[in-house]
Design a protein around this ligand. Structure first.
Ligand SMILES: [Cu+2]
Length: 238
């Protein structure tokens, strides 16, 4: 990420769940030149519940992102090319948000052969079968949701969210999120989770401040076994 001049204001964690405006954060590029602003921080917490309404201790893998910006805003910084690896017959990470135009390194870090394919509309591809220690690259240019699978092992799934800008984050177990460098204006804060309906909320930002939001996310969707790369059921033995 590009450097941000941090302020020393408190996180406001003790406050109620209302928007709190704190000190201004200025943004500059590597040469110290001002490239606009002021910029705001959107922070908060995701609480995750199962389909019975019981709260889950692990709130990880929820993607929070900013939408509704003009095309060029927030698209200045491409994150480093991320890796999705095969490990213990699973894809890692299970959820990966990225900016459109990002190339992903699909690395086989397992001691068996694996495949990578997707039948999703934004990026349909098949990387073939390849052994431990080797990589194949794919670039994701079209925004949208891309489900990644292995044609050998039916329980392998990863989801890539191809987004329009770099203003996104993925929760860890504590569910806390923070997105920096959000420009002034009315933006849409969107929350995506694999087994939940997507949520969105309009947030109005001004003057370079900090807004805190709480989301309750319910995992109401059931697991559905995907088909293989030919659109057929996997063989029972593999
Ligand atoms: Cu596999």
């Amino acid at each position: 990420m590009f450097p941000v001049a941090k302020n020393n204001a408190s996180s406001g964690r003790r406050g109620a769940w209302v928007a709190i405006l704190l000190a201004t954060a200025a943004l500059s590029d590597a040469s110290g030149q001002d490239i606009g602003g002021p910029f705001n921080t959107v922070t908060g917490v995701i609480r995750l519940f199962d389909r019975n309404g019981d709260e889950l201790a692990d709130r990880s893998n929820v993607v929070v992102f900013i939408d509704g910006l003009s095309d060029s805003t927030g698209h200045r910084a491409l994150p480093k090319a991320p890796q999705v690896s095969h490990r213990d017959r699973q894809f890692s990470p299970r959820v990966l948000p990225l900016v459109r135009g990002t190339t992903v390194d699909f690395f086989n870090d397992d001691n068996i052969f694996h495949n990578v394919f997707s039948l999703s509309r934004p990026k349909s591809f098949d990387l073939g079968i390849y052994p431990e220690g080797t990589s194949k690259l794919i670039t994701f240019s079209e925004p949208g949701l891309v489900k990644i699978h292995c044609n050998i092992h039916p329980n392998m799934t990863s989801t890539i969210l191809v987004l329009n800008n770099s203003l996104f984050t993925t929760t860890k177990a504590d569910g806390v999120f923070q997105i920096d460098d959000v420009p002034d204006g009315e933006v849409t804060l969107r929350v995506w989770n694999e087994f939940s309906d997507e949520q969105s909320r309009t947030v109005t930002l001004s003057g370079g401040g900090r807004v805190k939001e709480l989301f309750d996310v319910y995992e109401t969707k059931r697991f559905v076994q995907h088909k293989n790369k030919f659109g057929k059921r996997y063989a029972e033995k593999y």
